[in-house]
Design a protein around this ligand. Sequence first.
Ligand SMILES: [Zn+2]
Ligand SMILES: [Zn+2]
Ligand SMILES: [Zn+2]
Length: 327
Amino acid sequence: MTSEPDMLPPVSSLPAWLVPSVYLNWSEDWLREAVAVATGTNEHLLPRGADGPQRGDVVVTVVGSDPGVIASVELMGATQGEDWIADDAFGPDKPVLWDDLFSGASAYARSSGWLPQEHARLVLDGIAHQFRNGASGTLEPGDCETGQLSPNLHVLRILGHRTITGREMNTEERCNSCEQFVGVTELRPHDDGARAAAESGAVRELARLISDTHLVCDPCHELLHGHSVAAQRARMRPACPSCHSRGTAKRIIWNETIHDEMRLDPDVVYGGFDVPVPTPEWYCPQCHANFALGVVGTRAFGSGASVPLPPSDLDVAPPVESSVPEI
Ligand SMILES: [Zn+2]
Ligand SMILES: [Zn+2]
Ligand SMILES: [Zn+2]
């Protein structure tokens, strides 16, 4: 357990003549930068060179725009070759919005460089204030039904990952719907509260917007919005336990007589009448594995337990593909 709320105020409560030089590092590559900060990887980019920040300077990294989100506040430490070692990093857990730091802050949108001394002070004080008291504003969530969710909300969900889940973000995270691991930059943000908010007409607070935002894989996101029967059919097919391909498994139809006038469904296979036991339910055209779901074990799992179940792969002869039998 760390006592992070104490981390920032000491910087801000320095006497006015001791306010460190503050470098504004506004990143255009908002998604990659937010993931780099949230996962703590060294892909987080800091300005370099003789004109850039030196030991003792503060770098404020901002991503997105209108209003812009503070991704990190770092006190520069020693250099290690070309790379900075930041002694002190604040964030990213709590939402802090750039535009709300002081009036006139929005004029700095998407720019990088040294802040004038009076604005450096206002920025540090403003960050400390929002950090302690919560962000004052909220933002337009965007609409993931018809287009894209706001990049600001997307990065706030990524930066707030530790607050939401209680653990650090990894470069691959589970889809919040199907639980499969996907690279974080490929996970889509879905606004789960949009429908209820549209019905009630209520404006959601920033914290509520963030907790309503779920990171899901593309196929799951498609299921959450309007889509065709064909798309749903493909998405609901189980992944092959042997080659792990998704969306292509075919249901095996047993005991069905095939005759000439019958229109054969290309998305199923006809297994015939010689039904093996145990009976496979699905056929994978990629690797020819056939498998059944619903293998039942009898071990109790508590809510906190997390022992992975061994994969079950029934090895039975492949059924006939859905071609019309020779006459
Ligand atoms: Zn998913
Ligand atoms: Zn969505
Ligand atoms: Zn397969």
